[in-house]
Ligand binder design. Structure first.
Ligand SMILES: Nc1ncnc2c1ncn2[C@@H]1O[C@H](COP(=O)(O)OP(=O)(O)OP(=O)(O)O)[C@@H](O)[C@H]1O
Length: 249
């Protein structure tokens, strides 16, 4: 059984059918990719998988438990985290404190815990370790607003990792990144795979083909192809579209 499964998901907005019978399975310890052209329904699919939207039909299970329509904060508490396309950092806080605030131990203490951020050396050590994992060693004391765009993306992933997820959803991590930063991010994601199961939505096919164990291609609200990067490269539909070409580039 896969760690996370979605079966026969349907979602419509008014008259527009956005997801039509989508089934996906994400295996523990793997990086799974979701790709597809603009407007294909990827973000809607992510929102259904992570509890922001309730599907009209279909079922989502995590570790065998039915989580269909469960509220996002409850889903996070079950061990599923999401790194957002929209930045969600506290700009005036240091990079390290952004990570400290996301740690379960800090969150358990509630808002008062924030006053004691400096005093909790265990939390500081744990956050520093996470900073290292996402390639931000040495940047702990820098305010989030002073980090480069690529560093902020890495910090966001660090914040998501700090919640100690069993499954991490990452939404378009390469958006706005140049070639060099994208290459660094590829290395970072490969490293993260050692600690957690990852699902990535991505436009950048080269990035996804270099990273993912399995990729699902969504188009017109349906899964039109699925497989390992090699299987997809050999897929007739993929070969005839420009996806295969770009993935081999
Ligand atoms: N809340 C909403 N209300 C109405 N229509 C929506 C809503 N969210 C998405 N849609 C529509 O659903 C379709 C799929 O959008 P979605 O954002 O899921 O695609 P996408 O593959 O993520 O595209 P992109 O890569 O451009 O973000 C689009 O036609 C969009 O206009």
């Amino acid at each position: 059984m896969a760690l996370f499964e979605a079966t026969h998901l349907h979602k419509r907005f008014g008259d527009q059918v956005v997801l039509e019978d989508i089934s996906l399975a994400f295996e523990e310890g793997q990086v799974s990719g979701i790709m597809g052209p603009n407007g294909a329904g990827k973000t809607t699919c992510f929102n259904v998988l992570t509890g922001r939207y309730k599907p009209d039909r279909g079922r989502v299970t995590f570790d065998g438990e039915d989580i269909t329509g469960v509220a996002p904060h409850r889903i996070v508490a079950k061990g599923i985290s999401r790194s957002f396309q929209i930045m969600t950092l506290f700009d005036e806080f240091t990079a390290l404190d952004n990570v400290v605030m996301a740690l379960p131990s800090t969150r358990r203490r509630g808002f008062d815990g924030l006053h004691a951020l400096d005093g909790d050396s265990a939390a500081q050590d744990r956050a520093a370790e996470i900073m290292g994992r996402v390639g931000l060693k040495g940047r702990e004391g820098v305010n989030a607003k002073s980090l480069s765009y690529g560093e902020r993306r890495a910090l966001e992933i660090g914040v998501a990792l700090a919640t100690e997820p069993r499954l991490l959803f990452v939404d378009e991590p390469t958006a706005g990144l140049g070639t060099e930063a994208t290459a660094r991010l590829t290395d970072l994601m490969r490293e993260l795979k050692r600690y957690t199961t990852i699902v990535v939505i991505e436009h950048d096919m080269r990035f996804l083909f270099a990273l993912a164990d399995k990729i699902s291609v969504i188009h017109w609200g349906q899964v039109i192809a699925q497989g390992t990067p090699d299987e997809l490269r050999a897929n007739r539909w993929v070969r005839r579209s420009n996806i295969g070409e770009l993935a081999n580039a």
